[in-house]
Design a protein. Structure first.
Length: 297
């Protein structure tokens, strides 16, 4: 049964266990999509995840693919799936149209994002007739009704926020006030960054669930590229180990499993209500971590 994610979070809380969620991205080729839907997701379904999400390409470039994959996961695997949606290159009317289509196809959960500037643009600019802030997209979702609304949080601050991380956290409070039901964070590798972020929100009266986003490392080069793009820092011991591993992706994957397992243990010990895994459309690492944590049902 496809459920609202806020109901899933409540059920997990009542059962005294953290939620486990997974993130996928639309593939570039039909072969990749077949592999995702017929191999990766079935393998991860063995963990009995609570829900998953599918990303939305820059400028809505994967809109049709995103909706299609969300639809197929829900129909073929019965797994509640959240669709990412950005404000990039879209008017309010166009966003409302996308949401109407999503609702017609049984989508109940949306991750509302501003989105990054489209390729070739260095600065964010709102589309005429569109939104400047993701809080406006949250408000549209609330106005339309029928959706559970997630939003993104950045423990180290958004890379484009020139006012610093505290200012960025304040804008997150605006998104929550506009109607967001829960927060999923950007990836991070130092739990202290998450704890400071969480403490700020708690002091501001935020009560919605905050799900830490976990990236299992599988490549030193790829990890450095990701963190450069999103502004996440690599702790010195972590970076030292990546440099030692170099181009050995097998060793990087094993290190990633070990590091993420310990990172998650620390987060769970501190009482987080769930874990959100950036799978990179692969099953092995996330499966190993969830099993290491004893969270596989």
């Amino acid at each position: 049964m496809i459920r609202f994610i806020h109901d899933i979070h409540e059920s997990c809380r009542a059962a005294g266990r953290p939620s486990v969620s997974l993130e996928f991205f639309p593939t570039k080729t039909p072969e990749g999509e077949t592999n995702l839907l017929e191999k990766t997701i079935p393998a991860l379904m063995a963990l009995k995840p609570d829900y998953c999400s599918v990303t939305y390409g820059a400028g809505g470039s994967t809109r049709d693919k995103t909706i299609g994959i969300v639809d197929r996961i829900q129909r073929e695997h019965g797994l509640t799936t959240m669709m990412h949606l950005t404000c990039v290159n879209s008017t309010k009317a166009e966003l409302a149209s996308v949401l109407a289509e999503a609702k017609a196809r049984g989508v109940k959960n949306i991750l509302a994002l501003r989105g990054d500037p489209p390729a070739g643009a260095s600065e964010w600019t709102a589309t005429e007739g569109g939104f400047m802030y993701s809080s406006q997209l949250v408000a549209l979702l609330k106005e339309m009704g029928g959706f559970c609304i997630g939003t993104a949080g950045f423990p180290e601050g958004h890379i484009a926020q020139k006012g610093g991380k505290v200012a960025d956290w304040g804008f997150l409070c605006d998104k929550i006030a506009a109607g967001a039901d829960f927060v999923i964070t950007q990836l991070f590798f130092d739990n202290e960054d998450f704890f400071r972020f969480q403490e700020f929100l708690t002091k501001r009266g935020v009560k919605v669930p905050i799900m830490p986003g976990i990236l299992p490392v599988s490549s030193a080069k790829q990890t450095k590229k990701f963190t450069e793009m999103c502004g996440a820092k690599l702790p010195a011991p972590f970076l030292k180990r990546l440099d030692e591993i170099g181009d050995d992706d097998v060793a990087a994957t094993q290190f990633g499993i070990e590091y993420a397992t310990e990172q998650c243990r620390g987060l769970l010990k501190a009482g987080v209500t769930g874990l959100h895994f950036y799978t990179l459309n692969k099953a092995a690492a996330t499966t190993a971590i969830v099993r290491n944590l004893g969270l596989a049902v």
